[in-house]
Design a protein. Structure first.
Length: 161
């Protein structure tokens, strides 16, 4: 008998497979356009993402920002082949040499505090421990609020049958 593929959720995770995780926040304060930053936290598949294979990435603004035409945030999972001791090399103010793991494309509207913008499609989650590397390509400096940080979050998703 055929079985339908369904979106899997768990408990009170608001439609996600496991809880939404903030993957970078305070590091984004006042990040200049074209600037890059790496998260201080290390994330693991089991502890951070519920071992989900896919995730939805979003930006939640911590203040007002008006991106320029074609503005976006790009991000990479910096993987660690040795359990979280060493990670990919992160260049300064330039992207990594491989395609971003996620891109949050933005409109030229004025985003206000707590507005949200999702990445274009689901992203494949890293299996190895990872950090997050972000480049601000919005054409504007990210908000400078020290009390309501801009965050990049990730909601793990899964399919069941």
């Amino acid at each position: 008998m055929a079985t339908n593929f369904l979106e899997a959720t768990a408990g009170s995770t608001i439609g996600y497979f496991s809880a939404v995780t903030t993957i970078i926040s305070s590091e984004l304060v006042s990040l200049a356009s074209s600037g890059t930053v790496t998260s201080g936290s290390v994330f693991t598949s089991s502890a951070s993402f519920g071992q989900a294979i896919w995730g939805e990435v979003f930006v939640k603004w911590g203040g007002a920002i008006t991106p320029t035409l074609g503005g976006f945030i790009s991000g990479w999972f910096l993987r660690s082949p040795d359990g979280g001791t060493t990670f990919e090399v992160t260049p300064t103010s330039i992207p990594l040499g491989r395609s971003p793991d996620f891109i949050v494309s933005l409109s030229t509207i004025a985003y206000a505090n707590t507005n949200i913008a999702y990445a274009s499609g689901i992203v494949r989650m890293p299996w190895s421990p990872s950090k997050i590397f972000v480049q601000n390509n919005t054409g504007a400096t990210l908000p400078s609020s020290a009390t309501a940080y801009t965050i990049i979050g990730l909601g793990p998703v899964a399919v069941q049958y």
